[in-house]
Design a protein around this ligand. Structure first.
Ligand code: PGA
Length: 265
């Protein structure tokens, strides 16, 4: 696992957007195959998406041959609800880039058969060739996608029940009322995320510090599902100084030294 530590979310987001764009461009230069990416919602990726939009508009990257799959969606929330992840993704990314509409995949939280929708999602990911890169955030409780504590690290796309903690954290988008936050969601599993060739996890602010400590220094455990990244051959956490506030000084120095050595500084 690599940990890239930046001064603040603005710098971390620039690093992330430029890294993703470079990966898309690298594949486009050597293959006609689409670049398959997993995408997340939440406050965390907004600055990264803003920079990707700027890069698309400036002709520095194109999403014409990118296929995306979002990691999760609430169950039962109308698609046009401002807090649905469909609305979020269109507002913060898809309405401003050149990704063809047919390449965009988001779980349908209103599907008549939610189980069948989840199975079809896994099949569609496989049919697209699997993920080149998965971009994720983390919850304050260490969840990756909506894989709450004690979700199996072998989990795949399925319907999940959200914890009271997660609903309280997300209440800020629902008039501050946790009971308005849907109780269920559909989410790719931990194993779905980890099936990607590369996983980039982004985290900003001291609210994520405990989860990052558990993810990086704790044992790989279903208690903190993002800790599954420890077993991934190409996992990177991009974070700001506040988010690593709970790491041991030696862990912090280690990751800084590795990055400096690899970049020749
Ligand atoms: P956030 O959510 O980006 O809004 O902090 C992240 C998550 O819950 O995975």
């Amino acid at each position: 696992m690599k940990v890239i530590i930046r001064k603040n979310s603005a710098e971390g987001s620039l690093w992330t957007a430029h890294y993703i764009a470079a990966k898309i461009n690298e594949k486009a230069a050597k293959s006609d195959k689409p670049f398959v990416i997993g995408l997340c919602t939440g406050s965390t990726p907004i600055e990264t998406y803003a920079e990707l939009i700027r890069m698309v508009k400036a002709g520095e990257v194109s999403f014409k041959n990118v296929i995306s799959f979002n990691m999760d969606e609430y169950v039962g929330l109308p698609v046009e609800h401002p807090e649905s992840y469909h609305s979020f993704m269109h507002k913060y990314l898809f309405d401003h880039i050149d990704e063809p509409a047919e390449n965009i995949h988001i779980l349908d939280g209103n599907a008549p058969d939610l189980g069948a929708e989840c199975e079809a999602y896994e099949k569609a990911i496989a049919a697209a060739g699997g993920f080149d890169l998965f971009l994720g955030g983390i919850g304050e409780d260490g969840h990756i996608a909506f894989n709450e504590p004690f979700s199996s690290l072998e989990s795949r796309t399925r319907v999940v029940t959200l914890t009271r903690d997660t609903r309280e954290v997300n209440a800020r988008f629902f008039d501050g009322d946790w009971e308005k936050v849907p109780a269920q969601a559909m989410s790719v599993g931990v194993a779905t995320v980890l099936s990607a060739k590369e996983v980039i996890i982004i985290a900003w602010g001291s609210k994520k510090a405990r989860a990052l400590k558990d993810a990086i220094e704790g044992p790989m455990s279903h208690y903190c599902t993002v800790s599954g990244l420890q077993a991934h051959p190409a996992g990177t956490i991009v974070c700001d100084e506040q988010a690593v506030g709970e790491l041991k000084v030696n862990s912090y120095r280690y990751f800084k030294a590795i990055e400096a050595a690899e970049s020749g500084k």
